[in-house]
Write a protein that binds this ligand. Structure first.
Ligand SMILES: Cc1cc2nc3c(=O)[nH]c(=O)nc-3n(C[C@H](O)[C@H](O)[C@H](O)COP(=O)(O)O)c2cc1C
Length: 320
């Protein structure tokens, strides 16, 4: 079994050092490990051409196509994305380590995630069969404690990159670590990263996918184990999982949340994917392989609008 570690941080920075602790623990448990620095990989940003949406959906609808190929306007040899996704697909476990940049993971992580739209990896495994038992874990480092959106997005990125549908077995977040490599002065953090690696290894060896993080890392959402909520119609919904529930207040504080049901009603389930598709394709018809099919009324409005808005304001181009 193989565990891939991806660092989005500086060369021999805090993320990388913690990631290496975790990978070493996996290795000590007899697992094969590999490590990459994301900054070494050139990844073209997604342009939203939607070629992948058209073609992957057409192939997914065809039962003969068990493993839909990736489709993209970028030729495969124009960047290193194919190599990256091959490494992810060839791994049973993924550990993603990243610094916080402006409350979030670095942009390079989002560039990687956006390109994943064309790999069709995220939707491939549901329910996760024994033969495709894949898990992930994340490590986050912040210079201060400005990290509110950081771990939820990093967790989402990791589970999408390994196609595990939120099979997150652990996550850790370290604050107040601004200088390069200063995590080496923090034995508690190094030990915590080692434990994270051991938990990934144990999950893979046992064939289980449950969250093994301790109470201090466990958020209110029982699926992604974060606590970033959207308040919708007076109810809570996990911003990551779209899992809805009602907070139960005891002594003026939220004691727990009464969630609606199980993981089968979250974003990560077939019902969640169906909801996503209904939201898009109930407003405009979509034919796999062909694309959007507009009504005459929609066509007229769009043609007229494009004539007007296409002429309005030329973009300011960069000087080169
Ligand atoms: C562009 C940039 C933005 C940052 N934004 C945040 C932030 O919002 N919150 C925070 O806690 N740290 C922030 N930091 C600090 C880094 O998270 C911190 O230095 C971290 O240790 C870097 O990890 P590395 O050594 O693995 O690269 C920022 C650093 C940079 C370069």
């Amino acid at each position: 079994m193989k565990v891939l570690g991806i660092s989005m941080g500086r060369r021999m920075g805090n993320s990388e050092i913690l990631l290496k602790q975790a990978l070493k623990a996996c290795e000590e448990e007899g697992l094969e490990v590999a490590f990459i620095r994301l900054h070494d990989y050139k990844i073209n940003p997604c342009t939203g051409c939607e070629l992948c949406t058209k073609l992957n959906r057409a192939q997914a609808a065809d039962p003969e196509h068990k493993n839909p190929q990736t489709h993209c306007m970028y030729p495969w040899d124009s960047d290193d994305y194919r190599q990256l996704i091959d490494l992810c697909e060839g791994s049973d476990g993924l550990i993603l380590a990243a610094p916080a940049y402006h409350l979030m993971p670095p942009g390079i992580g989002t560039v990687m995630l956006n390109r994943n739209h064309c790999a069709g990896l995220a939707g491939k495994y549901w329910p996760v069969p024994e033969s495709e038992h894949r898990v992930c874990a994340t490590i986050g480092v912040g210079g201060s404690d400005w990290t509110s959106l950081f771990l939820p997005i990093l967790d989402f990125t990791a589970t999408e990159m390994i196609g595990s549908k939120m099979r997150l077995v652990d996550h850790m977040k370290l604050h107040r670590t601004p200088a390069i490599g200063m995590v080496l002065c923090n034995q508690e953090a190094l030990d915590r990263a080692k434990l994270l690696g051991k938990r990934v290894a144990d999950s893979l060896k046992e064939g289980t996918t449950y969250f093994r993080g301790g109470a201090e890392d466990d958020g209110y959402c029982p699926v992604c184990h974060n606590s970033v909520m959207v308040v919708r119609h007076g109810r809570f919904a996990c911003a990551i999982c779209d899992y809805e529930g009602d907070p139960v207040i005891v002594d003026g504080k939220i004691d727990h949340i009464n969630w609606d049901g199980g993981i089968e009603i979250t974003r990560w389930s077939p019902a969640g994917v169906q909801h996503h598709d209904d939201e898009q394709f109930n407003v405009v018809k979509f034919i796999p392989g062909k694309g959007y099919v507009f009504t005459e009324e929609q066509k007229t409005a769009m043609e007229e609008g494009r004539k007007v808005w296409g002429k309005y304001l030329d973009p300011v181009m960069p000087k080169r």
